[in-house]
Design a protein around this ligand. Sequence first.
Ligand code: FUC
Length: 745
Amino acid sequence: MIDSVLWYKKPAACFDEALPVGNGRIGGMVYGTTEKEHIGLNEDSVWSGGLRHRINPDAREGLIKVRELLTAGKTDEAERLAMETMAGTPENSRHYMPLGDLDIYFDHHFEEIVHYRRMLDIDEAVAVTEYTYREVGYRREVFVSAADDVMVIYLKATVPGKLSCSVCIGGRDDYFDDCRPDEKGKIVYTGGTGSADGIFFAAAVNAVCTGGSRRCVGNSIRIENADEAMIVLGACTSFYAGDYKERAVKTAEAALSKTYKELRSAHVKDYRALYGRVDLDLNDNSEGNIDLPTDERLKKIEEHPDNKLMELYFNFGRYLMISGSRPGTQPLNLQGIWNDRMWPAWGSKFTVNINTEMNYWPAESCNLAECHEPLFDLLERVAVNGHTAAKEMYGIDKGYVCHHNTDIWGDCAPQDKWIPATIWPMSGAWLALHVYEHYLYSLDKEFLKEKYHLIKGAAEFFTGYLTEDGQGRLITGPSVSPENTYRTAEGAEGRMCMGPSMDSQILDCLFTAFIDCSGILDTDHELAARLKEMRERLPKPEVGKYGQIKEWAVDYDEVEIGHRHISQLFALHPAQLITPRKTPELAQAARATLERRLSHGGGHTGWSRAWIANMWARLHDNEKVYENLKKLLSVSTNPNMFDNHPPFQIDGNFGGTAAIAEALLQCTDDEIKLLPALPAEWSSGRVSGLRAKGGYIIDMSWKDGKLAEAEIHATVTGECRVRYNTDKLIAISLTAGESESIKGE
Ligand code: FUC
């Protein structure tokens, strides 16, 4: 229980205290309030308008001049010209918006309430609120079912006939049309978010009760003197279907024809089929903390170790993935699917210079590979629009390019006029690496065949795009090292540059991925040969004057030394161009880079802290992993356990979950490393269901910081090398379906 329940003594006073529920597409934030229960509603395709053509008509001409100016060291001029000629027009892609609010009026005054408790049971994916009011016990349960595609709210009073409430739905501003019950007694709430080619939505709400009565009054469904009641909400948008309104109504109707018990057990079964795959159990050092509500435990973790809270954080990350990203839905955006603002921070879009990618870091390792799929669906749209961007901005008729943001339509034009981020043509390449990663875990050749074109298209763009740097090396540019500012030896500041380190590292990985895929699928050998040559000519990670990994082609200083982005360490994580075993000097420089950042205030955003924890895991520094996870929980986590940038931004949750997995198991240097960065505080424990590249599932237990036993299950026939207790290395051959166990000593 303690590692699977978030609980609180008071209703949520704000979004950061409310509890998220979702089925990948429909989301809710449950406040557990008693006068009026408030549930913030989301549907993942409610975005602010249609696809716009935003490519700057002067981009091609601008590109050539900007390159020349950057090469000549005229950075100011280059940046000014780039914003004029290359930035998108209009500047912004579409943004994410809320669906509306579901309110249930009870008129139970909180001052008179006793035994109040609200919780989120992430073992069953149900939010529960319970309390006693005027001697009657009340209980609410809220979940969003993927099995029946609806939100379900169940209300019950312990005394028959004591349940009365009014159910309403509405939205902010005036972007909805209607919210009154129709002649049949259901509410069909409809609206649209923006332009005529934009997105139109519908939500259908209906309720049934046993005992008492049900009628419609004004804009609400009124339930009076009932024993129990069930409210159901279906929702759909024109993004998914032309008959979105009918679909919303039909799913709600279909659900209402079932009993609450049926709906709940179908939901729990569906959810647990994913959530139940992994089970982590760390030694319990939480002592008295266990009896505290979650918000208080979070505050205490800095001084008081609480492994069970870390476990809860890990499980919550998996819960959020299952609740926010399912096959056929949209990928997790900056807030997953949970957003209550018409104008959320950074538009709650897909920021693809780290944030969206981070969201999916735990997908494969934590055995939720199918939850990764929405990202590949979005990448299909990116590949289409990115092909237009490649042609119109860069004059390249092959492949696709995407900059540092995209939206639901896969808009690939640059976003904002913000010099440190806007002109960065690398996100298509980074996202394509996720496709290959998905393959590496499953070795599913059918999947690779189907999605190979995404890897190919990302790589092809660069065959036309890269330029020579004067030393025969192939570099990107104009680009940036997201989103940092450098200072030259002369004291000038700049953001745009030629050949920032991260770009070359991404390309090194992308070209390797393509070359491997071409071999696996026996295709495109000519292109593979060309990319092999090009890969040789990419700049490799270099050590700079502080012993750090150089961030830019020139060994500039950073203006903000503790900057949140540590892009030059992409090579360490998520890539593995740098590993302590293969490249010890570079690993040492990676360590120096992290130390330099951290000693200047680094890690101040949630996602940055989470990335740092992953990087320390790759450097096998167990104590640094622990220290940074602790900071992530104590400094960068809101009371509802959502990551706090600030403001709320979900990437840190997934980055943190991935870091915990990475401390326990790593697939680097063509080995499966067991317990490579196990914190001393996690001295004993066990985990089951983690995935390793090559089609393996691993269960293991450890004691006194050493492996006790591991069970390697193969889903694909093959051979793997397993390293444990630092220098024990064994090779294992397994046929699909077989397992082998390893005993630690
Ligand atoms: C990147 C980060 C910011 C923020 C934003 C959404 O630009 O540098 O910290 O996470 O994305």
